[in-house]
Design a binder for this molecule. Sequence first.
Ligand SMILES: [Zn+2]
Ligand SMILES: [Zn+2]
Length: 266
Amino acid sequence: MHYKYTDYHIHTNWSADIIEDGPDFEDYIKIAEKERINICFLEHFELYYVESDKRNPFYGEKIADYLEEVDKLKETYDFILSGLEVEYYQEKENDLLDFMDDYGKELDFIAGTIHEWIFGYPVTSRDLLLKFIEKVPIKQIVDDYFDISKKLIQSKIFKNICHIDTIFRYINSNDIKPPNDLDTSDDRVLELGKLCMKNKINIEYNLSGFKFPINRSFPSKEVVFKLRSEGANFFVGSDSHDIEYFKEQLPEVKDAYDFINSIVIK
Ligand SMILES: [Zn+2]
Ligand SMILES: [Zn+2]
């Protein structure tokens, strides 16, 4: 890549959760060039929605258009990467493997991710999480999240994984309070991280948590430190969904890399 630092997690209007008239590739490219940072477009790609929701940007084989657009821009700009944040669904492992066979080499960077495992109840939407909690106890939701995350890692479908403890985005002592019998310790996040290491999966140091009451990265800086000390590989993502946020986050992204690189591996 062209520059020293790379923000691996940028969303444009190719992602379903972007506001109308949200940023496009060029909006980010202009700033990235000025601030001298490589960027990877990591759009949401969720098979259930891609297959069934006509409003989804990737509905109806539009992935070909996405690739064509980014590849065209790559001819001019040597600091951009094509990527996808691909939702893991345990019951769709075979479809995901087929997808990786078809597109794994077409894209520069693909990361596995978990936002939901019951269709329509993403734990990264506060409103929908509250509805989910009406049906399933919080403790079970969190335990299920960690179980399914293990399945994602052990499936070996992905070489990269996003925000490994994003389940705590809203479930934490500053927001939706965890019940006493719920294990929110670093230990289980470290366990996931170690499983990633064992399976040679790169872990995201995702900076988006600072915009929520939890006010920390995913995973926390302490967990990043511990895992890196043991040799885990990290990539940094701002998880930007708009330009202003992206601009603000760029110094943080660079600092995050400097932090990772300052950690001595034992
Ligand atoms: Zn995500
Ligand atoms: Zn994202």
